[in-house]
Ligand binder design. Structure first.
Ligand code: PMP
Length: 351
């Protein structure tokens, strides 16, 4: 730390992203990326369709919002595009939390929520999940504040039903609910159909997982138009050119291949079922997952030791140094080839 760092940030503990190793080739099952490439046709189309790079990108992201509007059946005024869904989350913390309106989220969830609260100097409360890592929405009943729920949750993979979320929303009309649906396409129920009915709901999604564009950085929000206006106020006060022309063109091209996206998501669900069975057979307990990863522990080995043993065999998974979940590893679902390599590494480690 230099002596020039603002006193506001001296205590800040930044988010630690999963490893992105350069040089050595690992089977990467640590950051929930898609194992599938976008089609060559979509990539070529995006290159051709890009607005000239000498011009700034379209701050309104008009073509991309039109394409999202077509795919999700939601008017474009209820859609906003961001640089990854991380940016959308940051804007939501800024827009909808304050000294009087704390952020509320589970103790075990996406680690960035805490960092967004900290960096924006917002009060927050972490509400413990049950012992089995399910979420009891009634724990939030007596608490005022903006609730952030990842659904499915990360790193547990456990999903709430849309009906439960709707009852919760209806019970707290004066508080905003942000539902982070980064993993929703792998079998959970989206809250997008609720947006027309609830002015206090913001749904955040990403192109990073089901649409294989983690490196392009593209996320979006679907919400009541007044909430979208608020988020845009913050967006235009921080980085209005947040989504590059190339990324916007990529998003449009990938949305033209929805059948491909659905097919990839089904493949991941099949591979997840196979992986869950394989891990169970090896003695792991695996939480029920609605996402493109599983969260698993073995009674035979400490979570960190297993992570290190897999790494030494060329397979990266994600281990979190949090006392409640330190026995677990989060394993991204890849191709069947990746999953078979995982099986053989695990068999030799556990033998
Ligand atoms: N939400 C959750 C729950 C995540 O796990 C991630 C991925 N790290 C994100 C949001 C952010 O994804 P991106 O910024 O790539 O859209």
């Amino acid at each position: 730390m230099s002596r020039f760092l603002s006193s506001r940030y001296r205590e800040l503990v930044p988010y630690v992203p999963g490893e992105q190793p350069a040089g050595q080739t690992y089977i990467k099952l640590n950051t929930n990326e898609s194992p599938f490439q976008i089609s060559e046709k979509a990539a070529a189309k995006a290159l051709k369709g890009t607005r000239p790079f000498r011009l700034y990108s379209d701050t309104g992201c008009v073509e991309l919002r039109k394409a999202l509007s077509r795919v999700y059946g939601v008017p474009a005024e209820r859609i906003m595009v961001t640089n990854g869904s991380d940016e959308a989350l940051d804007l939501a913390f800024m827009a909808f939390c304050s000294e009087e309106v704390p952020a509320l989220f589970p103790d075990i969830t996406y680690g960035f929520y805490r960092v967004y609260a900290d960096v924006n100097r917002l009060p927050f409360e972490e509400i413990p999940l049950r012992d089995d890592f399910t979420l009891d929405l009634s724990d939030y009943d007596k608490k005022r504040g903006t609730v952030f729920l990842a659904n499915p949750n990360a790193p547990t993979g456990i999903a709430l039903r849309r009906g439960e979320i709707e009852a919760f929303l209806a019970s707290r009309p004066d508080d905003v609910l942000v539902v982070d649906e980064a993993y929703v396409d792998f079998g959970a129920e989206s809250c997008v159909p609720l947006v027309a009915k609830y002015p206090n709901l913001a749904v955040i999604q990403t192109f990073s997982k089901s649409r294989s564009l983690a490196g392009a950085r593209l996320g979006f929000v679907i919400a009541d138009e007044h909430l979208i206006q608020d988020l845009n106020t913050l967006r235009f006060s921080t980085n209005p050119y947040d989504v590059s022309s190339f990324t916007q063109a990529l998003g449009v091209a990938v949305l033209e291949e929805e059948a491909e996206t659905r097919k990839n998501c089904l493949k991941i669900q099949e591979n997840r079922a196979w992986t869950t069975e394989m891990l169970t057979e090896l003695g792991f307990s695996v939480l029920p997952s609605g996402s493109n990863f599983v969260f698993a522990r073995t009674g035979k080995m400490d979570g960190e030791a297993l992570y290190l043993a897999l790494k030494s065999k060329g397979i990266l998974v994600r281990h979190f140094n949090n006392p409640r979940i330190r026995d677990f590893n989060r394993i991204t679902i890849g191709t069947m080839e990746d999953m078979r390599a995982l099986e053989s590494a695990l068999r030799s480690i556990l033998a």
